[in-house]
Design a protein around this ligand. Structure first.
Ligand SMILES: Nc1nc2c(ncn2[C@@H]2O[C@H](COP(=O)(O)OP(=O)(O)OP(=O)(O)O)[C@@H](O)[C@H]2O)c(=O)[nH]1
Ligand SMILES: [Mg+2]
Length: 492
């Protein structure tokens, strides 16, 4: 298959110009553009909120060297560089998290925040020029949109073929039956018909929603705006759907096929490309957040699907010389952290297992983007630690447990929680060798991979300042390690 030409001169020129402007600004005012990447519900908004809060309030960050050695003299939020992007609602998220112990809602639109650190350089030479100043620009967006990036490399036929093949596999075949049934009755060469297009788009969207539902938790679900339309709600740009069994050749003029193809291309040009160009193409550093536990909890297909989605997305970071996006990327991401989030759902003895699983999930993707040698750090973290650890004695043996407040409506062993009462649970063990999980997956067997695991959603923790004058900071697990890897070298 020949890849379609992705870009035209205008795109290249625009990005080159953006990067040039960035570089010029960078000389005067050193800046890191940090990409916080993750599929929906992976924990991006919580990560950004907690990171900023810990920096602003002098949180416990012993592995973040500049903070540990007291070289950071001042941290503040500053007006963001891009006026056209709304500001990240930091204060509101913190008020909810800390004040009301509520998690943020799903993100519906893009937003940005700039945090600036004044620091003293660690080296004598650097101190001559001090004080140093580094701004970190962070962007938050709905995770669904990430799944659009791989579409840039697919024409309508390829998109249709991939999407339909996937929809016919495994559990998806049940969820897609109605949509595929309706499509089978249509001739793609028949005259374009708005009502038919609408109906197909509607059924296709319902299929995507069913895949995303909590019980399934599947990940590979493009196009992202079908699940999270943002300002495109009801727009004709979303009134298309893939068509099965497209013949070779071009779509006949005026046909349903031609109409769907045109809309798909418009979606790429007007929705996906601007997002990629304005956000992705300009990043310096990336952290990829992964909710591996949710996938494990939902079973073999969810884990495989997560691996697939991550592979598709990571291919866009650093396409290499042969990659389809390389012409769009003038800036190379040189450091990536891949982090399993929500590690506070497990006892720390299991964190290495979670890390191993995460490494396995992105192994192929990392190899493909040519970063297996260096530049990728894998870890398990919790942006907000909602639990603490304890041990309970049961029948003479000590069990490692975690203690937290389950969210209202969560059930454990038939008991439903009200959102106020604390409880201790034994979360169970992840297998030491993640390969076991993947082998289970490859047999095609479905159902929970590790049925002994016990996952419950917890409310954010109660936080109390230790004294009047002491600021309170959000507890976390290894947020400082991530921070050190992502920006530590820029504060040297
Ligand atoms: N216990 C715990 N739960 C977390 C943590 N981070 C995120 N969560 C949970 O994961 C959910 C999703 O987190 P968000 O930060 O909103 O996820 P997101 O990636 O911004 O999701 P979208 O905006 O939908 O793309 C939260 O509502 C929490 O329930 C964490 O560090 N610990
Ligand atoms: Mg979010």
């Amino acid at each position: 298959m020949v890849l379609p030409t992705l870009t035209n001169l205008a795109d290249d020129a625009l990005i080159a110009l953006d990067n040039l402007t960035d570089r010029a600004a960078n000389l005067v005012h050193p800046t890191v553009r940090l990409g916080v990447t993750g599929l929906s519900r992976a924990g991006k908004t919580v990560f950004i909120s907690s990171l900023v809060h810990n920096l602003l309030n002098g949180g416990r960050l012993p592995l973040f060297e500049a903070a540990r050695s007291g070289r950071i003299s001042r941290v503040r939020l500053e007006p963001q560089p891009d006026d056209a992007v709304p500001r990240f609602q930091y204060e509101e998220h913190i008020r909810a998290l800390v004040g009301e112990r509520l998690w943020p809602d799903s993100t519906r639109a893009i937003s940005q925040l700039r945090i600036t650190l004044d620091y003293e350089s660690a080296s004598g030479w650097g101190r001559l020029w001090s004080p140093g100043r580094l701004s970190v620009d962070v962007v938050d967006y709905p995770g669904e949109w990430l799944l659009d990036l791989p579409l840039l490399g697919q024409d309508f036929s390829a998109f249709s073929q991939t999407t339909v093949a996937l929809a016919r596999s495994g559990v998806r075949s049940l969820l897609s039956a109605e949509w595929l049934g309706a499509t089978a009755l249509l001739d793609p060469r028949a005259p374009a018909d708005e009502a038919a297009a609408r109906r197909l788009a509607d059924l296709f969207t319902r299929y995507l929603k069913a895949c995303k539902s909590d019980e399934r938790s599947l990940s590979t679900l493009p196009p992202g705006r079908f699940l999270m339309p943002g300002d495109l709600e009801g727009s004709p740009a979303l009134t298309f759907a893939p068509l099965p069994n497209l013949p070779d050749g071009n779509a006949p003029k005026g046909s349903l096929w031609a109409m769907m193809e045109r809309r798909y291309e418009a979606y790429k040009t007007h929705v996906v490309k601007p997002f990629f160009r304005e956000h992705f193409a300009r990043l310096d550093r990336q952290i990829v957040l992964i909710d591996a536990l949710q996938a494990v909890n939902r079973g073999a297909e969810a884990v495989r699907d997560l691996e697939r989605a991550l592979g598709d997305v990571m291919a866009c970071f650093r396409p290499g010389t042969t990659g389809f996006l390389s012409s769009l990327l003038t800036r190379r991401i040189d450091r990536v952290v891949v982090a399993a989030t929500k590690a506070d759902h497990l006892h720390h003895e299991n964190h290495p297992h979670l890390e191993a699983l995460t490494r396995r999930l992105v192994e192929r993707a990392v190899k493909r983007i040519g970063m297996s040698g260096a530049g990728v750090e894998v870890m398990a973290l919790a942006s907000v630690r909602a639990t603490r650890e304890a041990t309970v004695k049961q029948d003479g043996t000590e069990l490692p447990v975690i203690v937290g407040t389950p969210m209202a409506g969560e059930t454990i062993d038939g008991e439903t929680f009200d959102g106020n009462r604390k409880t201790a649970i034994f979360p169970g063990d992840l297998p030491a060798d993640p390969q076991a999980l993947f082998e289970a997956a490859e047999t095609g067997a479905d159902g929970p991979l590790a049925p002994t695991l016990n996952f419950v959603r917890f409310r954010p923790p109660e936080m109390q300042a230790a004294g009047e004058e002491l600021k309170l900071s959000i507890p976390h697990i290894r947020l400082d390690r991530a921070l050190q890897y992502l920006i530590g070298d820029r504060l040297a």
